[in-house]
Design a protein around this ligand. Structure first.
Ligand code: GLU
Length: 418
């Protein structure tokens, strides 16, 4: 929105804050200061009209002390190197906070997928994987879906990478179609993780969830499943918005029926028994839980003062700017940070990669139970750090937990002196 792009700086400032509180070994901070590498590529794509267009793309690998790099690839007209770097760093901290044996990475391709035909999208996807093939692989760096990418795109990625390597390599990406070694429960995982963290936080803070009102910005893979799981838990979804507009009903919206409507109409706007609502209005709604589940930088210093929810749960990556964060904290609004709230996705990505590695596949219940355990443990770790520190936020507490694990790994590998 109106604040300048300084995504990476924002993450670095958070690390600094947490590091100071926990007296982190300064060498650890030094090693995390910049990503290990960022590859910038130009991807030529033969368009349907026969002309060639060149798309710019990035893969940033932030840190891999805990294991191979991991993180999604987004297709977006505003993807830029600074944002990809920041998102890669978020993945380092996200994987660490939930205890996964992965480092952090992110990819981005500057394009507007809504303007591309299916064939163009496929050629772009294959071209991008070819361009970054040397630095990815099942034990090096494992991409996954992110904004505007999905299982279909992951299928092309696997196919292209496998033909480059000359052997089938399903473990090179996660979030694949089931038939190609995807995991049961991966599509729903981020939304399910959001619900699990809310459930645990509600227990810890004594926050009643039965009938709690919820507003959700974004009805993509994350917002849609978060809405369904929270509805099943007894919460009342009162508003949902997507890029075309929103739907509001203070009596509650059935997210299952809303999804059917959205599939047919490509927007939630106009759903029966709702009145239209803008994204800005949704962010300012009186409700118990506000869930930004779309893009970054949505709650800024320009609109944070208008937020009237009791909690904000960051299902998107980086939806709250630091200036907004401060305003929200002063207002007494509890923010459950992205690196914890949306970690369910990468957690089931990890399970998918494990299943690919031993080529044996789990039942849906098994995936669900394991995800629950990881999210509950991660919440407890963050909540423990939060309680131990006067005047901190769950965000800083989450970074403290993440940094502590990274520091231990760096010491154990001899990267830094203890
Ligand atoms: N793109 C998702 C995220 O930001 C998932 C990453 C993954 O599964 O590797 O967490």
């Amino acid at each position: 929105m109106s604040e300048p792009n300084r995504h990476y700086e924002v993450v670095s400032e958070l690390v600094e804050k947490a590091a100071t509180r926990m007296q982190l070994n300064p060498q650890v901070k030094e090693l995390l200061r910049e990503p290990i590498r960022t590859l910038t590529v130009s991807v030529p794509v033969k368009m349907d009209d026969g002309r060639v267009r060149v798309f710019q793309g990035f893969r940033c690998q932030h840190n891999d002390v805990l294991g191979p790099f991991k993180g999604g690839i987004r297709f977006h007209p505003e993807a830029d190197e600074d944002e990809v770097k920041a998102l890669a760093a978020l993945m380092t901290y996200k994987c660490s906070v939930v205890g996964l044996p992965f480092g952090g990475a992110k990819g981005g391709v500057l394009c507007d997928p809504s303007e591309l035909s299916q064939g163009e999208l496929e050629r772009l996807s294959r071209g991008f994987i070819k361009a970054i093939a040397n630095i990815i692989g099942p034990d090096k760096d494992i991409p996954a879906p992110d904004v505007n990418t999905n299982a279909l795109v992951m299928g092309w990625f696997v196919d292209e990478f496998s033909s480059i390597k000359g052997s089938y390599q399903p473990g090179v990406v996660t979030g694949k179609p089931l038939i190609l070694g995807g995991s049961k429960g991966r599509t729903e995982a981020t939304g399910r993780g959001v619900m699990l963290v809310i459930r645990e936080a509600a227990k810890a803070f004594g926050f009643p969830l039965d009938g709690a009102t919820v507003a959700i910005q974004g009805f993509g893979n994350v917002g849609n499943y978060a809405a369904k799981y929270l509805h099943d838990l007894g919460c009342k979804i009162i508003a949902v918005a997507d890029i075309f507009g929103g739907a509001y009903n203070p009596e509650g919206i059935d997210p299952y029926a809303l999804k059917e409507y959205e599939l047919a109409n490509r927007t939630v706007k106009g759903f029966s028994d709702t009145r239209p609502i803008s994204n800005e209005e949704l962010l300012a709604l009186e409700c118990d839980i506000l869930i930004p589940a779309a893009l970054g930088n949505q709650i800024t210093k320009a609109n944070a003062a208008n937020v009237k929810s009791k909690w904000i749960v960051e299902a998107a990556n980086g939806p709250t700017t630091p200036e907004a964060d401060k305003i929200l904290q002063d207002k007494g609004i509890l923010v459950i940070p992205d690196i914890l709230a949306n970690a369910g996705g990468v957690t089931v990505s990890y399970f998918e990669w494990v299943q690919n590695n031993y080529n044996y596949y789990w039942a849906e219940d098994e995936v669900g139970e394991r995800l629950e355990q990881v999210m509950v443990d991660a919440f407890q770790a963050v909540y423990g750090a939060y309680q131990g520190q006067e005047g901190t936020s769950l965000r800083v507490a989450a970074y403290m937990v993440a940094l502590e694990r990274l520091a231990r790994a760096m010491e154990a590998r001899g990267w830094v002196m203890a």
